[in-house]
Design a protein around this ligand. Structure first.
Ligand code: NAD
Ligand code: WQD
Length: 354
């Protein structure tokens, strides 16, 4: 048994896209993982004991993890888990994340994301577990004042939707908690645009319903589940008029979580620090379509439609802080993001139900 195996990590939202890929990396790095999910945006396993995504993660890792079906809004269930285990750290992925839906049902988002996080923090405090790595988002920056965007850029004031504001509010709550008493350690990971899948094609992104995001939409067009892609606007001030984003391979992101966990477990780490997780390079929507067509030898029919409300023209990260402090840097190219997305989608045309 190595030292990490004695280190139990509590992972919320572990059955989801980023959670499942990150758990794989945590297991591969020797950590023990206890994961929870309420399946609001993921699929339970056939026997209800372990979601299909995490069954596959266990196969890929050659190692087991513990899973409980729990809703963060149910504080008693959370407490029962904390009674059974001794956690060194929490990695908090669980959240609702659909931007458009958050505008229609903002209170659901505030209750689930903010309320669920407050419950989690209260239980952590009760059981003296005071280290947390939080899934934040580049969305907290709102409309960029400059590019590339670094962690000192203002957050919150120009967030364009309730989902983004839940991330901003949770960040603020975590900052307050970390100042309120000694011993709290908080890492805010601000993801840019996670895409791709594990290189095996065995796990990947499996959104409920019609995808909101670009890459899963493209891959569902490629596999024939959707007819054509709608490109939201071609009159932005960018290289070809379409939106520019910092797409990051989900396995790079997963490795970023392992680096963050290693950092937060050191005696030196204290307080609350935010890190951007991106590549530092932006690609336009048309560039992504072209890269996907080239990498996967498939045609992606698309039409140009109006701009989508709340979209900015360009956003990409300054990633130097994560490299300096976490020793982490993304490695995978856009080509690899497309190839791995396609391997997952073509092997699993209807996701984890395949
Ligand atoms: P996801 O929906 O695939 O995973 C989130 C998981 O949390 C789901 O399995 C869902 O069922 C679960 N969940 C939600 N509410 C819960 C609750 N109350 N109790 C227990 N489980 C709950 O999303 P993802 O893409 O893996 O995102 C993970 C985290 O990263 C989220 O916090 C998201 O806001 C954040 N994030 C994602 C992106 C992205 O584009 N994927 C970008 C930036 C930040
Ligand atoms: C990327 C580009 C679209 C779909 C979202 C959230 C953000 C974060 C990451 C969680 C934009 C264009 C998209 C389509 C298109 N999530 N597009 N046709 O909006 O940068 O970020 O996911 O925290 O909070 O807002 O990602 O993938 O939706 O869009 O033309 O069908 O693709 O206009 O330019 P976005 P996205």
């Amino acid at each position: 048994m190595n030292d990490n195996e004695k280190t139990e990590i509590f992972v919320t939202g572990g059955a989801g896209y980023v959670g499942s890929h990150s758990i794989l990396e945590l297991l591969k790095n020797g950590y023990s993982v206890v994961a929870v999910d309420n399946f609001s945006n993921s699929k339970p396993g056939k026997d209800q004991t372990m979601p299909e995504s995490l069954k596959r993660v266990q196969c890929l890792a050659g190692k087991e993890l513990t899973f409980y079906e729990v809703d963060l809004l149910n504080k008693d269930s959370l407490k029962q888990i904390f009674q059974k285990h001794t956690f060194s750290c929490v990695v908090h992925f669980a959240a609702l994340k659909a931007v458009g839906e958050s505008c229609r049902v903002p209170l659901d988002y505030y209750r689930n994301n903010v309320g669920g996080s407050v419950n989690l923090l209260e239980v952590m405090q009760e059981f003296n577990v005071k280290r947390i790595v939080f899934s934040s988002s580049a969305t907290v920056y709102g409309v960029p004042l400059y590019l590339p965007i670094d962690e000192t850029h203002p957050v919150g004031s120009t967030c364009t939707n309730p989902y983004g504001r839940t991330k901003y509010f949770i960040e603020e709550i975590l900052k307050d908690v970390s100042k309120s008493e000694k011993g709290w350690s908080v890492i805010l990971l601000r993801y840019f645009n996670p895409v791709g899948a594990h290189e095996s094609g065995i796990i990947g992104e499996d959104p409920h319903g019609v995808p909101n995001n670009l890459m899963p939409y493209i891959s569902q067009v490629a596999v024939g589940r959707l007819k054509e892609l709608m490109v939201f606007g071609n009159d932005y001030d960018t290289v070809d008029g379409t939106g520019v984003r910092d797409f990051i391979h989900v396995m790079d992101l997963a490795e970023g979580h392992v680096s963050a966990v290693k950092e937060i477990l050191t005696a030196e780490f204290k307080g609350c620090t935010a890190y951007n997780l991106g590549t530092g390079k932006g690609y336009s929507v048309l560039e992504v379509i072209k890269a996907f067509e080239d990498a996967c030898s498939v045609k992606i029919p698309y039409i140009i439609v109006d701009r989508r409300d709340g979209d900015v023209d360009s956003i990409y990260a300054d990633v130097s802080l994560a490299e300096k402090c976490l020793g982490w840097k993304s490695k995978r190219s856009l080509k690899q993001m497309c190839e791995d997305t396609w391997r997952w989608q073509s092997k699993n045309p209807i996701g984890f139900r395949t």
